[in-house]
Design a protein around this ligand. Structure first.
Ligand code: ZN
Length: 412
């Protein structure tokens, strides 16, 4: 054990060494003698203890060998690191606040102890706990509750070396303990490297995208300080540039994130426009082809129509063995009549012939003359009907053409 009481006052075995780690022989001699005189009392069970200061073990107090187990002492052995850590923090606080009351392994109600207890000049109290990394969750949780109940500010350091930082951070991801301590201590874990006299602050930094409500940043930000570069304040907070620098880092991230987001949005918009234009072009192309197709069909249909006229005429001419080169009413009359069933036509056909003759169609009159000279009375009356309809409308040209047709046909 490191602590005992000497005439009622707490003393610490590690204080036998001076600043340069050399043994103060007068203290050693004094404490050894006090032990023999039963003046050193165990802080836990109040049995007499002796002071040991050898070459192998670190200086410590121990129950006397005749210590009977009737009153078992719970002052268990501590690791050297734990002892050194407490010593480091004790001396650091005493240096920082020369008038502070400081006690290691401070007795609290309910048989509890605080690793380090400080009372400042103005009456503020502060507990500092220095724990090995894997203390039990329930211990930590219960003790925090306990301090809360007593209204005692408390600050917890875990033992950890800077070179183990990566592993510490990995452990945060894995162990419930670390996640819990983070969540319950302002997202901060403090590590004390006893050997290097450095503390490392690890803080969980999260950023949420307000638009999407998504967690976009969840990182452990860490920074290591020499113990003398920071200041532990009476309320348990730590004065250093940590918050400023982690804010800077977070802001930088947020800025980059927003910039990326903006760029991505622009890119999405660009792609959207590009796609839209492609779609528009595709539709235009489809429309163009459709029109082309229609025009093609129209052209074909016109050609077909023209072909129909030609065929009509050709057929008509050839059917009756007519030669365009020589025709006259006599010729027509001389030709043998063919049965008009061959070219029996409906009214529309004759109406078309009449209209063509009236409008000056090249062989309009000739065609009518041919029909009239070759065909029967029904054709004649049909043709007459269409001419008369036009003439009755006052179409003088129709009248002239009709007269000419009749004349050439020998029907006048
Ligand atoms: Zn004891």
């Amino acid at each position: 054990m490191q602590k005992c009481r000497y005439n009622g006052t707490p003393i610490y075995a590690f204080n036998v060494k001076g600043k340069n780690e050399t043994i103060n022989y007068s203290i050693e001699k004094q404490w050894k003698k006090a032990g023999e005189m039963n003046e050193l009392i165990c802080d836990e069970c109040e049995a007499s203890v002796i002071f040991r200061c050898g070459k192998v073990n670190i200086p410590h107090f121990a129950h006397k060998s005749d210590f009977q187990g009737g009153n078992p002492c719970s002052y268990s052995d501590e690791t050297e690191e734990h002892i050194e850590g407490k010593k480091l923090l004790l001396n650091y606080m005493k240096l920082l606040y020369p008038d502070i009351y400081a006690e290691v392994r401070y007795k609290l109600p309910e048989r509890k102890r605080a690793d380090l207890y400080f009372k400042f000049e103005d009456g503020q109290e502060l507990i500092i706990e220095f724990q090995r990394q894997r203390l039990s969750v329930s211990y930590w949780d219960n003790k925090r509750e306990f301090y809360k109940k007593l209204g005692l500010n408390n600050i917890w350091f875990l033992s950890g070396k800077k070179e183990d930082l990566e592993e510490l951070i990995r452990e945060y991801q894995l162990t419930f303990w670390n996640r819990m301590i983070l969540n319950d201590s302002n997202n901060t874990i403090l590590y004390l490297d006893v050997e290097q006299k450095q503390i490392t602050i690890i803080k969980k930094v999260t950023v949420i995208d307000n638009d999407t409500n998504e967690l976009i940043y969840d990182k452990l930000f860490n920074r290591t300080y020499g113990l003398t570069d920071i200041k532990i304040l009476p309320d348990g907070s730590i004065e250093c540039d940590f918050n400023a620098s982690f804010n800077t880092e977070r802001d930088k991230f947020v800025q980059e994130y927003l910039e990326n987001k903006r760029r991505e949005a622009e890119e999405r918009e660009r792609l959207r426009i590009e796609l839209e234009e492609k779609k528009k072009k595709r539709l235009e192309e489809q429309e163009r082809r459709r029109k082309e197709e229609i025009e093609k069909l129209e052209r074909l249909s016109q050609v077909a129509k023209q072909n129909t006229y030609t065929t009509d005429r050709t057929d008509a001419w050839s059917d009756i063995g007519y030669s365009r080169k020589s025709y006259s009413s006599d010729t027509y009359k001389q030709k043998p009549k063919k049965s008009y069933e061959y070219y029996s036509r409906n009214d529309d056909y004759y109406k078309d012939k009449v209209n063509k003759a009236i409008s000056g169609y090249k062989f309009g009159i000739d065609n009518l003359v041919r029909i009239l000279t070759q065909c029967g009375s029904s054709e004649y009356s049909t043709i007459k009907k269409f001419f008369e309809a036009e003439i009755n409308k006052g179409n003088i040209r129709a009248e002239n053409v009709y007269r000419e047709v009749l004349r050439l046909s020998g029907l006048d």
